[in-house]
Design a protein around this ligand. Structure first.
Ligand SMILES: [Zn+2]
Length: 535
């Protein structure tokens, strides 16, 4: 099948998702990533609508993209004006790009109810605007907004909008399911109708309000559309846009359309995570293809299957999209899960020895007490190390004491009270016992401070470790009368992140366990890297 052009609008439509805002630097970095992924057209923003986008296009001139073409977005001229006087069109023409996308109404009701002009004037607006930008030497794509809804109400008018753009020289007519309410078979019918009235290549821009954006996009490609618009991770207004992280592998691996190279496809997971970081959103572990759970196996039966035959419970080879298979450790899992997981972590456990049995019993016991390792792989890795008879922990807690005090603050701010916590701990490192105390704005913070104080003298590199997230959950399935508290801590050394877990009937003890695991895990990793460097 002939190839498809990938058009990314993460920087414009994607940024319209609630809570997302990209800085100019983010936008420039994302542009480079999208170029590496093999995206053909990158829509950078709307220079006519905000100064940030003007700055972006200005700075983007010095980006050296390997093959992607940067596109500026804007709307057709206002009713009853001239194209050459339209500020928005002028901004597009002077953005320094080779291509522009013009959004135009292509539904009769939208023209009369929202644009409040005549059907005829809208056709003139489309034609004038396209002609103006073509005369400036740009490649022009027309986003036919509300095309599919318009086609249902008055197909003839929606098609006339396409003809107006085609006759004015548009290079691609992109049919938009702006409200995301269209079904795949309706997409097929409308695309067929558009194909009959024009020779100009067609594109698709689908929103996900009916959870069909990807399906609708593939239906359009099957009907002959050549440009596919979407966003990374499906970010976009309301429920989002068509997710390119699903579309790209579907096109390449399922439909045999070579829209990116194998090497580019293998960057998909990395790009997905990179952009979620830039958007300040946690990567969704359940996203198809790129999510951390997309190829994870929890049920013992599945894990037992994949250890025998990797493809038994997966639809593609995860490495093709840069993801990996992962076994989830849980009370559902058996011996094989543990062996598989240990192998994955590069820890050699004899499959027949007592260690595995001991470990299994220990995990069951810990899980019954509220520990959960699915999101705390670092704590799990420590369990594997601890069953080895020769394991030497880098430090051990002897005991700790916590005092929490609520104090009145300054009399002028008498409504504010301050909680102060003081912690004293005793920690053993080798043969030495360290005794330290620290204050913090809460018990966990104080505990963290005191522990670091004790350990930094032995392990100065620990200064790089920071707590980035701390979650507490009160467990309903409590043991006896007291409820169990689970603490999950996420830590980072600026390069890698890892998660640890602690559980107890006491919040402070649960926090301590998660905290101590975090530092122990990091020290263990450091030791492994150092010994690698030395050898
Ligand atoms: Zn859109």
């Amino acid at each position: 099948m002939s190839s498809v052009q990938l058009y990314d609008t993460t920087l414009r439509d994607g940024a319209q998702r609630e809570g997302v805002s990209f800085s100019v630097v983010d936008k420039l970095n994302i542009t480079k990533k999208l170029d590496e992924l093999g995206i053909h057209f990158i829509e950078g923003g709307w220079p006519g609508s905000n100064p940030k986008d003007i700055e972006f296009f200005d700075k983007a001139k010095s980006l050296s993209l390997s093959h992607a073409i940067l596109v500026a977005f804007g709307s057709t001229r206002y009713p009853k004006t001239k194209a050459e006087d339209d500020a928005n069109l002028l901004a597009l023409a002077s953005a320094g790009v080779k291509a522009a996308t013009l959004v135009a109404k292509s539904s009769d009701l939208q023209v009369t109810q929202v644009l409040e002009t005549t059907l005829e004037e809208n056709l003139n607006m489309i034609a004038d605007s396209v002609r103006y930008l073509k005369a400036k030497g740009l490649t022009v794509f027309l986003d036919a907004e509300h095309f599919f809804d318009g086609f249902k109400n008055d197909p003839d008018y929606s098609l006339r909008c396409l003809t107006a753009a085609a006759e004015a020289g548009a290079d691609c007519l992109v049919l938009c399911d702006t409200n995301g309410g269209t079904l795949p078979d309706e997409i097929t019918v409308a695309v067929e109708a558009a194909k009959k009235i024009t020779e100009v290549p067609l594109g698709i821009h689908a929103h996900n309000d009916s959870a069909l954006a990807v399906a609708n996009t593939l239906a359009a490609v099957n009907t002959g559309v050549i440009q596919v618009q979407g966003t990374i991770n499906g970010y976009g207004e309301r429920c989002g846009n068509a997710n390119l992280c699903s579309i790209i592998p579907n096109l390449k691996l399922k439909m045999g359309i070579d829209c990116v190279t194998d090497e580019q496809l293998a960057k998909l997971t990395e790009v997905s995570h990179y952009i979620s970081e830039a958007a300040n959103l946690a990567p969704d572990p359940f996203l198809p293809y790129v999510g951390a759970s997309a190829f994870s196996h929890k049920a013992g039966l599945h894990v037992s299957g994949v250890t025998k035959w990797a493809d038994s419970y997966q639809h593609i080879e995860p490495a093709e999209v840069g993801n990996r298979q992962r076994a989830v450790v849980s009370e559902l899992s058996g011996r094989r899960n543990i062996i598989y997981k240990a192998k994955e972590l590069g820890i050699d456990l004899p499959s027949k020895g007592k260690e595995i049995q001991k470990l299994l019993e220990q995990i069951k016991w810990l899980e019954s007490r509220g520990f959960q390792y699915e999101n705390a792989e670092a704590s799990f890795e420590l369990l594997l190390h601890r069953v080895k008879p020769d394991y030497q922990p880098p430090f051990e807690l002897v005991d700790f004491m916590v005092v929490v005090e609520t104090r009145r603050r300054l009399p002028t701010r008498k409504s504010l009270e301050e909680t102060l916590a003081e912690v004293m701990i005793k920690v053993r490192v080798g043969t030495e016992v360290m005794h330290t105390a620290a204050e913090g704005n809460g018990p966990v913070n104080a505990l963290d401070q005191a522990l670091r104080k004790a350990l930094l003298q032995f392990y100065p590199s620990l200064a790089a470790v920071k707590l980035v997230d701390y979650k507490v959950r009160i467990l309903e399935e409590s043991i006896g009368t007291e409820s169990q508290v689970r603490v999950l801590i996420e830590s980072s050394d600026g390069i890698e992140e890892w998660r640890t877990v602690g559980s107890s009937t006491n919040l402070i003890e649960a926090s301590w366990l998660a905290l101590a695991d975090s530092l122990e895990y990091w020290l263990l990793k450091q030791k492994a890297t150092n010994s690698l460097v030395k050898s």
